[in-house]
Write a protein that binds this ligand. Sequence first.
Ligand code: NAP
Length: 266
Amino acid sequence: MKQTILVTGASSGFGLLMANELHKSGHHVIGTSRNPDKYKGSLPFKLLALDIADDHSITSFSKQLFSQISRLDVLINNAGYLVTGLAEETSIELGRQQLETNFWGTVKLTNELLPYFRKQKQGKIITIGSIVGLIGLPNVAYYSASKHALEGYFKSLRFELDQFNIKVSMVEPMGFKTNIGENAVASNGKIDDYNIFRQRVAAFTKREFDKAAGPGPVVDTVLRIVNEKAPKFSSPVGKGSSLILTLQRFAYSVFESSILKRVNKA
Ligand SMILES: NC(=O)c1ccc[n+]([C@@H]2O[C@H](COP(=O)([O-])OP(=O)(O)OC[C@H]3O[C@@H](n4cnc5c(N)ncnc54)[C@H](OP(=O)(O)O)[C@@H]3O)[C@@H](O)[C@H]2O)c1
C-alpha cells in the first residue's frame, strides 16, 4: 500500500538511500535538509527545509508540510550528527549542542507531528538511534548520551501512543559508511594525561570506520519496519551487534575488556 513517508536528513547517508528506496517502492516520500536548494532537481523526491535544532524551523516546516499533504503515515527521525572527542576534553557547549540536535530536535519534531498522527488514529514513528545508544564506546560520550536518551524517551512514548494505533520503533546501527565522519564535529580540547590514549582511540576509530560496510542493511531494516503491522521496539543492525548486546547483558566486563584491549593495541 502506498504510504506518505517523511524522512528527516534525506540529503546524505542513510536518509538519502532510504528516501530513494522508499520512493522506488512507490511510496510518496518527503525528505528534509537544512539546505534543500543545494539539491534542487537532483533528487526524485521532494526536499523541504528543516533544521531540527531550530524551533522556528520546526514550526514553519510543519506548516509547509501539511499545506502539501493531507495525511502522514510514517515519520522517520533520521537527522543527526556526531560529536567526537574524549569526554573530559569536550566542552559542555559542544555536548549541549549534540543533545540539542540529536535528542531535543528529534523530540520537538515528533511532538510537532504527534497531533496529526493522533487525529488520524494511525501512524508509525521510526527513529535512527545507534548501537552506542545501547552500549558505550570511547570518544563518543555525548553522542552516546544523546542516543541513550532517545532510547529511553521512545521506549516510554511507545506505551503512550499504542492506544492511538501509532507504532514507535528504533533502529540501532553499528558503524556504516555514510558522511557521518566527514560531518562530525571534533572537540579541540587537550589534556596531556590523555595523550597516548587519545592517539590509540583515534587509530582504533579510523580502523573501525575504514572497515565499515555500506548503509544497505540499515535501509533494508527501515523498509521492513515500514511494511510491518506491529514492529518490535528495537532493531540493532550490523555485523556482531547481537553478540555485543548479549555480552553487554550477560558479561559486561568481557565486553569492556575486549574493547579496551583493541583500543590499546591500535
Ligand atoms: N553512519 C553510521 O555509522 C551511523 C551509526 C549509527 C547511527 N547513525 C545515525 O544515522 C543518522 C543519519 O546519519 P548518517 O550516518 O547518514 O550521516 P550523514 O551522511 O552525515 O547524514 C546526516 C543527515 O542528517 C541531516 N542533519 C544533520 N544535522 C541536522 C539538523 N540540525 N537538522 C536537520 N537535519 C540535519 C543532514 O542533512 P543536511 O546537512 O542537508 O541538513 C544529513 O542529511 C544519524 O541520526 C546518525 O546519528 C549513523
